[in-house]
Design a protein around this ligand. Structure first.
Ligand code: F6R
Length: 260
């Protein structure tokens, strides 16, 4: 796991966008794993800027969302299908049909989860998986206690996550209790995992994820098993890290040719 501590959230977004750009230029038909929530929004903004001003093309890219709420009416503005359309696909030249999100409205959710796994496999797997982290250590919506080898399935949100996400809805009661999420085993199969965390609210989860034990209690700690995981942090999110100076030194000394 490479930990990169940057001055602010903008620098985090620029470095994550650099990883997307390098991938898409080298492999125009890349498969992207797309997080939602607030952390990735500056990355999508930066990619849209590069598309507009530098012609960075996503025409052949395919995208897979990490997760989706169960039971929102189709087209609900806070459904992750809508969020990704609005924040990502709608600002790029990607075919919207090539961005898939787990189906939280399916009558047969387990079958929809199996189809989703199969769709990712059929595309050759995810090249770059963007991730955020919840204040309780979740990635995707794999809440504490999730199997470290789990696959796409239905999960129940913790009250902490429902409270955290109430800001996107009209009130805490509007946040669905259930979600469909890629599993931790699914996420581990992405060829490169890039996790972003910004702000002091994430410091505790980041410390557990990076320096705590590998444990289902902090699902994000599963990235300690990933052969190519990059954790991009701003200073407040990195505040609890015991080895922060070592991570800073390592990144400063990194050879220029070596990307994330
Ligand atoms: C959303 C997702 C979640 C969020 C996490 C952090 O697709 O997978 O794991 O990344 O809840 O959310 P923000 O970025 O809003 O703090």
């Amino acid at each position: 796991m490479e930990v990169v501590i940057l001055p602010d959230a903008h620098a985090v977004a620029v470095l994550a966008a650099d990883a997307f750009e390098a991938l898409v230029r080298a492999k125009p038909a890349a498969v992207l794993g797309l997080a939602t929530g607030s952390s990735p929004l500056p990355v999508y903004e930066e990619l849209a800027r590069r598309h507009r001003s530098q012609g960075l093309s996503f025409a052949r890219v395919r995208g897979f969302g990490l997760d989706e709420y169960v039971g929102l009416v189709p087209g609900h503005p806070q459904s992750y299908a809508q969020v990704l359309q609005h924040e990502f696909a709608g600002r790029l030249d990607i075919d919207p049909a090539n961005v898939r999100v787990p189906d939280g409205t399916a009558a047969d959710l387990p079958a929809a989860c199996r189809d989703y796994e199969e769709a990712i496999r059929a595309c050759g797997g995810v090249d770059l998986q963007l991730l955020g982290v919840g204040t309780d250590g979740h990635i995707g919506f794999n809440e504490p206690g999730s199997s470290l080898l789990s696959r796409t399935r239905v999960k129940t949100l913790t009250e902490q996550t429902r409270r955290d996400n109430a800001r996107f809805f009209d009130g805490p009661d509007e946040v669905p209790r259930h979600v469909v999420t890629q599993g931790l085993g699914t996420i581990l199969e992405a060829r490169h995992a890039v996790l972003l965390a910004t702000g002091a609210r994430k410091a505790e989860a980041v410390k557990a994820l990076v320096e705590g034990p590998l444990a289902a209690f902090c699902p994000g700690s599963v990235l300690q098993l990933h052969p190519h995981a990059s954790v991009l942090l701003d200073e407040p999110a990195a505040a609890g890290l015991a080895l922060a100076d070592y991570y800073r030194q390592t990144y400063a000394d990194k050879p220029a040719w070596q990307r994330l």
